[in-house]
Design a protein around this ligand. Structure first.
Ligand code: NAP
Length: 254
């Protein structure tokens, strides 16, 4: 099937559904949408109950993107078994579902939409046994194959790389602002440079007291954090760093 005959039905009206609809429309690919609530502006068909609207939306579809919450995927397929007549795709990073191709975009999707260049740079992790070109004939995104048994590990690593730092930054920025009247903006250059250094030279990017082995500074840091939960996170990172094979080398080099 070439991309001119590909017609997507997107199920769900959350963050990824809106981004995928926008991306596909920027590429000139035809899409219709369905959300479980009739009043959602995402719906291409607004009349009738959820199943009636779904059947109408599917009428001309070749591919169905199941972009609902992870926990809703299996119940949705049980509720509407006729979905299995279509080429089904889900985007959950950690899940594998029989009869549904998994294609996880390695990106964060919030409320703001992106431009075409940003969408085209997103790598897709395609569950082994499926072919990116069949799932998305019109797209040229980088893509990788990932074995079903590795999906949980893959997703755990994504969560740690992308979501956990957000929690850390939010807490640190909050304390800078609340305790020291330093605005979050003051972190901008530091965070940008840290990320660039990691992407350019990951093995040399770590600096600071852990890299130097400055134990007195580390102790002062943890004492200053007091009973803030950040203190236990600091201690966990010290312990994590200490068992890395690279920890010894960094300290000798610094
Ligand atoms: N956002 C990201 O950064 C991101 C990145 C990669 C992959 N993904 C994957 O994309 C998928 C969607 O995630 P999201 O972030 O877009 O979630 P989201 O913004 O929370 O939206 C979830 C959608 O699922 C719908 N839904 C929930 N339960 C449902 C049910 N029982 N029946 C029908 N629809 C139901 C919600 O409808 P209501 O509004 O009616 O509840 C909503 O439209 C997930 O598989 C996620 O793992 C997301």
């Amino acid at each position: 099937m070439n991309h001119r005959s590909t017609r997507y039905a997107i199920l769900g009206d959350g963050r990824l559904a809106r981004h995928m609809r926008h991306y596909l429309s920027l590429r000139g690919v035809s899409c219709v949408g369905w959300a479980r609530h009739a009043d959602s502006d995402f719906n291409s068909v607004r009349e009738g109950c959820a199943e009636t609207r779904l059947r109408a939306v599917l009428a001309d579809a070749s591919h169905v993107l199941l972009l609902v919450s992870d926990d809703a995927l299996a119940p949705l397929l049980r509720r509407y078994p006729f979905l299995h007549q279509y080429l089904l795709i889900h985007c959950a990073g950690a899940l594998s579902l029989p009869g549904v191709a998994g294609a996880h975009p390695l990106m964060t999707f919030g409320d703001a939409l992106y431009d075409l260049d940003a969408y085209e740079a997103i790598p897709f992790m395609v569950e082994s046994g499926h072919d990116f070109a069949t799932l998305f004939p019109a797209l040229t995104n980088p893509h990788y194959s990932i074995a079903t048994e590795h999906k949980a590990l893959y997703h755990a690593l994504c969560v740690m790389a992308g979501n956990f730092p957000q929690l850390l930054w939010q807490s640190v920025a909050g304390r800078l602002q609340d305790d020291l009247a330093v605005p979050p903006e003051a972190l901008r250059a530091y965070l940008h440079r840290s990320l660039d250094n990691f992407l350019d030279h990951p093995e040399h990017a770590l600096t600071g007291p852990l890299a130097r082995g400055d134990t007195a500074t580390m102790a002062r840091n943890q004492q200053a954090l007091g009973d803030d939960p950040l203190a236990s996170l600091y201690a966990a990172f010290v312990a994590f760093h200490a068992q890395l094979p690279s920890a010894d080398v960094e300290q000798k080099a610094s």
